[in-house]
Design a protein around this ligand. Structure first.
Ligand code: WTA
Length: 661
């Protein structure tokens, strides 16, 4: 720890409440503390505030139709188009020359899109998609890195009413195939590659492998040329087209935005759950867009004049809501960066903040822990005084990292919003309104106005402040997922069955369960403790242990595997794999490598096991269930929990010795 850090700790350590600076409060979009009461009294009509941020082709009848819970409908019968709301209306309002997207490549190359530029490109790509045969309601898969063509493609899909399904570019070929199969998606947009820490990556090769695994015919693939001369030289097949060539053919074309029903699907996003099969979370046009816009305005405090930067990847929900839809709906300038925070040096992000004079910056605790480890000299080299607000998302942030962020990035003069939410919630749920509420490091804050969040025990009864329980949401909200794609039954099983009376058609009997543990304090501030299902959170990325286990069991010579999350300084959690080999196979280095490769092939490098521990047996209960909690304790080198219910207690000590070795 540096001298400066010691001083910081001494001064900030004991403080557990931080007021937002007066200067911030004065200019905040949400500044009236009454908002909490007003929304509660006026629920669900309070959410007209969100709907009013959008332009409608025709108005809605009802704010909420809750006649068939949990299949809630918001802003029923309203009609609108998401791309129109993110682009055209700003152009029509005389903002055509305002910058919509500032993009920076890893090598420092830049591209700037005004709202007019975005209008032109989105129209041309919408015309391209139509020409390729994409019709309204066809799912278009976007397997793209952080290039401007990704938001352009998303908005082009939205313009013609074709839901997109973005697959994170770091996911493997298998993951692409699984998602295209699950959505029956016949159209794909991809890129030939992208840059990571100076190297060109061959993304088209991975795409092609993925396409081999798609069970149905794929009509067309569009390939963005990101690599130019660094291209790996794959020939395009008959159904593969070069983005630039298609765009040139459609230059100057315009496509009227399709008027979509409020409840029509805007996009699908696959996320990890308890079982091996990813869940296709369905988001709608009006509910989702109004939620991402309202939270961008009131939580991120975005103004049209701002330059705003969220350092997430658009391949995750954070990038959907808070790089693309929320900020563009508000007409803000949104920054997109292709590369990693440490290339070419560890000050890259601060260089970008300074260069673009970023007003609001949103990142993840895992990144903040890396910045802390690298030291304050990197941010100190740059003028960060443009920053007005900071945000974090993805996992709990511990008070020490919070305070470091507050001091070294925010110069003790910007509020921090610690935003708890999920792919399924569409946008922020639990966080402070930065101009209204004090901040408590380590606690996300109270639920947003208009939300009914409770911490309960296994019976569904509210627990006392300070006690750990389960997070539940007791009333619907506009941004919520509507179902799991073509699987209403799993939707109910995964999110509602735990705490609802599933036979009832009274909405009061339906409770949404996000599968997180949490506790609440006397002031109603919520500290989220983490997942309570078999999902682990590696660097803010959700990974299903079952998905990883099935990848490992697919490796030749593996008989059985159990995967758990163990604590990790930077990643938050890391993947630990316990593996039993088949007779005749050795748990050696070669086997370990094949297991790591198997996981990377099935999911991607983010799921790579931190450690593979070979063991003759796994700790099991008498009924044959693997005791994961013990395996977690072993990974964390923690005190072991109760082993008395095990069928094979002796194995625990044996495994532990291997790990400590
Ligand atoms: C976790 C990311 C604590 C949580 C937007 C949730 C958080 C899961 C926070 C969703 C936070 C997200 N504090 N935990 N501020 N934000 N989480 O779907 O466990 O990728 O259920 O959405 O991340 O992850 P997802």
């Amino acid at each position: 720890m540096s001298g400066d850090d010691v001083e910081l700790e001494a001064r900030l350590e004991d403080r557990d409440v931080f007021e937002p600076p007066a200067e911030f409060v004065e200019q905040a979009n949400a500044g009236d503390p009454e908002i909490y009461e007003e929304f509660e009294e006026n629920w669900p009509e309070c959410w007209e505030n969100a709907a009013d941020l959008l332009d409608w082709d025709s108005g809605y009848d009802e704010v909420l139709d809750d006649s068939n819970p949990p299949f809630y409908e918001w802003f029923t019968d309203g009609k609108l188009n998401a791309a129109y709301n993110c682009i055209d209306r700003h152009v029509e309002a005389g903002e055509k020359n305002r910058v919509a997207i500032k993009w920076e490549g890893e090598h420092g190359d830049t591209r700037t899109y005004t709202y007019q530029d975005l209008y032109r490109e989105v129209n041309e790509f919408a015309a391209t998609l139509r020409d390729l045969g994409v019709e309204e309601d066809d799912v278009v898969t976007l397997y793209m890195p952080m290039v401007p063509e990704l938001p352009i493609a998303m908005l082009a899909c939205a313009r013609i009413g074709a839901p997109h399904s973005v697959v994170f570019a770091g996911f493997s070929a298998d993951a692409l195939a699984t998602r295209m199969n699950a959505a029956d998606s016949e159209f794909l947009v991809t890129a030939n590659g992208y840059y990571r820490r100076g190297d060109a990556l061959d993304h088209l090769e991975k795409t092609n492998e993925g396409l081999d695994g798609v069970d149905h015919g794929v009509e067309a693939t569009v390939v963005v040329d990101r690599l130019g001369d660094d291209d790996f030289g794959h020939d395009l097949t008959a159904s593969q087209h070069d983005w630039d060539e298609l765009m040139a053919e459609h230059r100057g074309e315009r496509v009227d935005p399709v008027s979509r029903d409020a409840e029509d699907m805007l996009f699908l996003m696959y996320t990890s759950g308890t079982t091996g099969q990813p869940k296709g979370v369905k988001h709608t046009t009006a509910g989702y867009l109004s939620w991402s816009a309202w939270t961008s305005q009131n939580v991120l405090d975005l103004k049209r004049e701002d330059t705003y930067w969220c350092s997430a990847d658009i391949g995750w929900i954070t990038g959907h809501s808070y790089i693309v839809y929320g900020p563009l709906a508000l007409g803000t300038t949104t920054v997109m960066y292709e590369g990693t925070p440490d290339f070419p040096d560890r000050d890259r992000l601060w260089e970008i903040v300074e260069k673009y004079s970023v007003d609001v910056f949103y990142t993840a605790p895992t990144a903040i822990r890396s910045f802390m480890k690298w030291g304050e000299r990197f941010p100190n080299e740059h003028d960060l005084s443009s920053l007005r607000l900071l945000g974090t998302v993805g996992e709990p942030i511990n008070p020490r990292a919070w305070k470091w962020y507050y001091k070294h990035i925010g110069n003790e003069s910007t509020p921090i919003v610690d935003t708890w939410w999920q792919t399924e919630t569409g946008g922020h749920m639990i966080t402070t309104l930065p101009g209204v509420k004090d901040m408590k490091p380590g606690s996300a804050g109270p639920p947003l106005p208009g939300l009914d969040v409770r911490i309960v025990d296994t019976n569904g009864d509210e627990v006392e402040p300070g006690r750990a329980g389960y997070l539940t949401v007791n009333k619907p909200w506009p941004g919520m997922l509507r179902t799991l794609y073509q699987n209403d039954e799993r939707f109910i099983d995964e999110y509602w069955a735990e705490y609802s009376d599933t036979d009832s058609d009274d909405p009061d009997d339906w409770v949404y369960f996000p599968e997180d543990g949490a506790k609440i304090d006397e002031d109603g501030y919520i500290t989220v403790l983490g997942r309570v299902d078999d999902v682990i959170n590696v660097s803010g990325h959700r990974l299903g242990t079952m998905e990883i286990e099935s990848a490992i069991v697919g490796v030749e010579g593996v008989a059985e595997a159990a995967v758990v999350g163990g604590d990790h300084d930077i990643k938050g959690e890391a993947v630990y794999a316990y593996v039993i080999t088949e007779d005749g196979y050795e748990g050696d280095e070669e086997m370990r490598q094949r297991i790591v490769d198997g996981v990377e092939d099935a999911i991607g490098p983010i799921a790579r096991p931190e450690d593979v521990i070979f063991t003759p047996e796994l700790p099991k209960t008498r009924s044959g269930k693997i005791m994961r909690r013990l395996l977690e304790d072993i990974a964390n080198e923690a005190e072991l929990g109760d082993t008395s219910t095990l069928r094979n207690p002796e194995i625990v000590e044996e495994i532990r010795q291997k790990v400590q070795r």
